[in-house]
Each structure stands twice: as C-alpha cells, then as structure tokens.
Design a protein around this ligand. Structure first.
Ligand code: MG
Length: 315
C-alpha cells in the first residue's frame, strides 16, 4: 500500500527531508504553536510532536508524562518545584494555567538549548490546535509525524491503549487529515493498536538501543521501546514485519548497512534528533530519507551548501 504521507517523508535523488522536532526546539519553545508555525514558515512542512492525554481525555502536545519543571511556570511566574504533576491527572483547563514559553537556565535541561527564544504567555496546545493550523490552505503540504507517548505506568493496559489511540484518531479524522499524518511511537504494541484502528494510516517505528545515554531532563524511551539488544542487524526487518512504513532510529544507531537494508525493504528512514553539524553531515553522507532536528534551519543550511533539496519539486 502506498501512503502519500510516507512519500512526503521519503528522500530521493538529491533530496533529503527535514523534519522540525517538537517544532523547532533549538530556537523556540518546544511543542508550541509558535514553534510549529515557525517551522512551516521556513519551508519545513514536516512536523514532529508528542501527544499525551489529559485527565479529561483531551490529546495535548507535550513531551513528558509529568509537567516538565524546567519549562513549566505557574501563575506566579516561577518554574515548578517539587513533584511534577502528571498530565493525566490534570484537566486541559488546569494545564492551561501554566506558561511553557521559557526555559530554566539553571536546569541541566535548560542549558541544552541556550539559543531558544524566551517568551511569555505560551500554553500547551491541544492536538486540535495544530490540526487546525495545518488545515489552513496555505499549509496544504504540511505532514505530521504524530508521536503517541505511552505512559510506562499504564503501558500494559489494553483499555488505556485503545482509548488513547481512539481519541487521537477521532481528532485526526474529524479534520480529514488521516492522509497527512504518520502514527509514530516507541511503543510497538501501541502501533499494533494503531494499525488495528486505522489500517489506512502508516506506522512509524522509533528505536533506540538501550546502551545509548538518555537525553538529559527527558522521559526515557527505554521503558517503552522493545529491547533490541543482540538484534541490531535485524531491526529494519523487525519493523517491516511489524507492519511499519517508517523506521526512525536514534542517529547514533544507524550505519550505511542498516540504512541500505531498510531502504531495500521499502522503509523510509528518518533519523532523530540530529542537531550537531558533524552529525548532520554524517546523516547526509548515509543518505537517510529524513533528518529530524531541533534546528531545522541548520539542516537546511547543510543541504543548501551541498546543493541538496529538502522539498520535492520546486522549493
Ligand atoms: Mg517525539
């Protein structure tokens, strides 16, 4: 089955795609409408973002299962302290009380993104807010890498899984955007549920080897991703067998061999999260299909210098 949204992420002769990670986290607040809008406005129409359900079942765009203290400020303007509340324990309205426009420069996480603009009055968006944005006619060529974040506390609960996938699909379908989104996750069980509920939508399989260091200040994927130790060379085939259309490995895990093997199997290879110049260059050399980056402009610059396009047809 040929999915148009998979082809939107596929590279080609002189073509490597750029995907804005959480919008453009390196330069604007992550998973924010202003970040998504920015990415779209610089000719990067492929957006990666993370979806979690609130207590009142609203799919919202945020990365961690708990409000992330280094980027959430309360009504007093101060970053959260103490135990971070779970997104699933708060209603959407309660989450709206927090401002996600700045980063705490004293935190290890905040120090990772020294160039991020600092804003006030930025709120956690609903999935529906982003779907509304890309429904605007001027963004008709935007495609979504919609990551469903599985909560390790309920990862084995099939009822939760079914409801989570169902709520997300309900919104995507309500906006008529099924053909412009790929369903992306580290949780292979959840992707199985996605395929059951939405056979018309492709699955995108995230992987990370357990021996890689965790990203500082973020929920780890290792509790969710299958343990692929000892099966390194088989991964593209495992993804294919599971029904995947995209394989999204951590950039340090790819080799010329496994990229070539994945492509041979017809998978689209989108690597994450590639921010450093040297790594961007290595991914270009490996001819991955797409590069997911917190700095989409930086990837554009590499490609531009090499005369490589990131958009099919006229740019
Ligand atoms: Mg993500």
């Amino acid at each position: 089955m040929v999915f148009p949204q998979v082809e939107a992420f596929r590279g080609g002769e002189n073509l490597i795609r750029v995907v804005g990670h959480r919008g453009a986290r390196g330069v604007l607040p992550e998973n924010s409408m202003i970040g998504f809008d920015f990415s779209l406005s610089i000719n990067v129409p492929l957006l990666e973002f993370d979806v979690v359900l609130t207590a009142d079942d609203v799919p919202v765009i945020t990365h961690n299962h708990r409000l992330h203290a280094p980027s959430f400020r309360g009504a007093d303007g101060l970053f959260l302290t103490g135990e971070e509340p779970k997104v699933s324990s708060l209603t959407f309205e309660q989450i709206q009380q927090f401002d996600i426009g700045r980063l705490d420069g004293l935190s290890a996480y905040g120090q990772r993104f020294p160039d991020q603009a600092q804003l006030d009055g930025v709120r956690v968006p609903r999935l529906m807010d982003l779907l509304d944005l890309v429904s605007e006619p001027k963004y008709g060529d935007a495609y979504l890498m919609l990551e469903l974040k599985s909560d390790p506390d309920v990862v084995h609960d099939p009822l939760h899984r079914g409801n989570f996938v169902g709520r997300v699909l309900q919104e995507v379908r309500a906006k008529g955007l099924s053909s412009r989104a790929v369903l992306h996750s580290f949780d292979w069980k959840l992707l199985e549920e996605c395929q059951r509920q939405a056979p018309d939508m492709p699955s995108s399989y995230l992987t990370q080897f357990p021996d890689n260091a965790d990203d500082v200040g973020e929920d780890s994927s290792k509790a969710i991703c299958p343990d692929l130790r000892g099966r390194r060379d088989e991964i593209p085939n495992l993804v294919k067998q599971a029904g995947g259309s995209l394989w999204c490995p951590y950039y340090a895990d790819v080799t010329a061999e496994n990229v070539a093997y994945a492509k041979e199997l017809g998978l689209c290879v989108a690597v994450w999260t590639v921010n450093q110049h040297e790594e961007i260059g290595r991914m270009i050399d490996l001819r991955v299909d797409a590069i997911v980056s917190d700095y989409p402009g930086r990837v554009q610059r590499h490609l531009s210098d090499l005369g490589i396009s990131w958009r099919a047809g006229n740019q």
